[in-house]
Design a protein around this ligand. Structure first.
Ligand SMILES: NC(=O)c1ccc[n+]([C@@H]2O[C@H](COP(=O)([O-])OP(=O)(O)OC[C@H]3O[C@@H](n4cnc5c(N)ncnc54)[C@H](OP(=O)(O)O)[C@@H]3O)[C@@H](O)[C@H]2O)c1
Length: 304
């Protein structure tokens, strides 16, 4: 069944409902955007994740492709970069490159808070601000529900003081879903971040609808299941019907599945190569699969 207008409005899509249909030719090259329910600000539906490939960067040879990724990302209209203090060198690399490229103003930087205890939380926050070299961080989310109440209370104080724009929570573990849902019901959150992929659809059953109901923005981590989806389709051609939603690669197939869910604000594919950036941002253009097509995509992946 296609998404109803009510579903879309509830998910904060508003006029973005038209995104499920072909864009007007004049807009064909702009990235699809979604609205953050708590403020109405809009973001492009594809961002960049910095786990793993940004974690152990020490040489210029390792930094160079990442600089090019961030440069092209900004140039193409990309905004959301997701990182975390626990990702080794990632926050430092992002902070240094963003400062060097002078692109802070155009980006939406999201990081996390992942320690227990109020003082340790404050120490980690100060460290993130230093590493990211910015006076204001767009979103900080409690990482994997570590000491959620304590850390959310600090994050809210910092939000009130103007140092943070949005607060949220993250998980990528199904065993945390119950507590995650309870937190979504009990707390006022701007964003959640959760794992969701064509072959990992559990968050779509309760968490994404709950986010739409509660007016919470949704970022998606592990959109390729850490590359697992590419392994599943290795050696296989895209089905011809992928062209019906302007999909030219497997990466776009996997990402368009995610961003066509009406509750999703933004997907965060781990992106460390310029050619992957171009490919992944391509998912934020053109038509998106409707509900019927999404079911077909699920059947395809379930059969491989
Ligand atoms: N609990 C949490 O808060 C949490 C947990 C996990 C992840 N995250 C966030 O979610 C982000 C995404 O997760 P992830 O990076 O671990 O996994 P992912 O995005 O599911 O997959 C990344 C893998 O996909 C490959 N890839 C990316 N674009 C591609 C393309 N166009 N074509 C072919 N292969 C492509 C990468 O290849 P290469 O290896 O060759 O670069 C990498 O191996 C993280 O970076 C992080 O920001 C948050």
């Amino acid at each position: 069944m296609p998404w109803s207008r009510r579903d879309l409005l509830k998910a904060g899509l508003g006029v973005g409902a038209s995104l499920l249909f072909p864009p007007a030719p004049a807009l064909a090259d702009t990235l699809i955007r979604r609205t953050i329910p708590s403020t109405g600000e809009s973001l492009p539906v594809i961002g960049i994740g910095t786990a793993r490939r940004y974690e152990q960067v020490t040489t210029e040879a390792e930094r160079s492709p990442l600089r090019e990724v961030l440069r092209q990302f900004k140039e193409t209209g990309g905004r959301v970069i997701d990182t975390a203090p626990s990702y080794g060198t990632a926050e430092t690399v992002v902070g240094d490159l963003v400062a060097e490229l002078k692109i802070r103003e155009s980006l939406f930087i999201a990081t996390k808070l992942g320690v227990r205890g109020r003082d340790a939380g404050i120490e980690q926050l100060e460290q993130s601000f230093k590493r990211l070299r910015t006076p204001k961080i767009d979103l900080i989310a409690v990482h994997n529900l570590q000491d959620t109440q304590t850390q959310l209370s600090t994050l809210r104080q910092w939000k009130q003081a103007g140092r943070i724009r949005y607060v949220g929570i993250t998980t990528s573990f199904e065993r945390q879903y119950q507590e995650f849902e309870q937190t979504m019901r009990a707390e006022a959150l701007d964003f959640i971040q959760v794992d969701y992929a064509l072959d990992n659809r559990k968050a779509g059953q309760r968490i994404l609808p709950l986010a739409a109901d509660r007016g919470i923005g949704v970022m998606i981590n592990l959109p390729f299941g850490r590359g697992r989806l590419f392994a599943a389709v290795q050696g296989k051609s895209l089905p011809p019907w992928a062209s019906e939603f302007d999909c030219g690669s497997w990466a776009q197939f996997f990402l368009k599945y995610i961003i066509s869910h009406p509750a999703v604000t933004c997907a965060l594919p781990g992106t460390a190569k310029p050619e992957y950036l171009v490919d992944n941002l391509g998912a934020a253009r053109g038509r998106l699969p409707n509900a019927e097509m999404r079911a077909r995509m699920e059947r395809l992946i379930d059969s491989v």
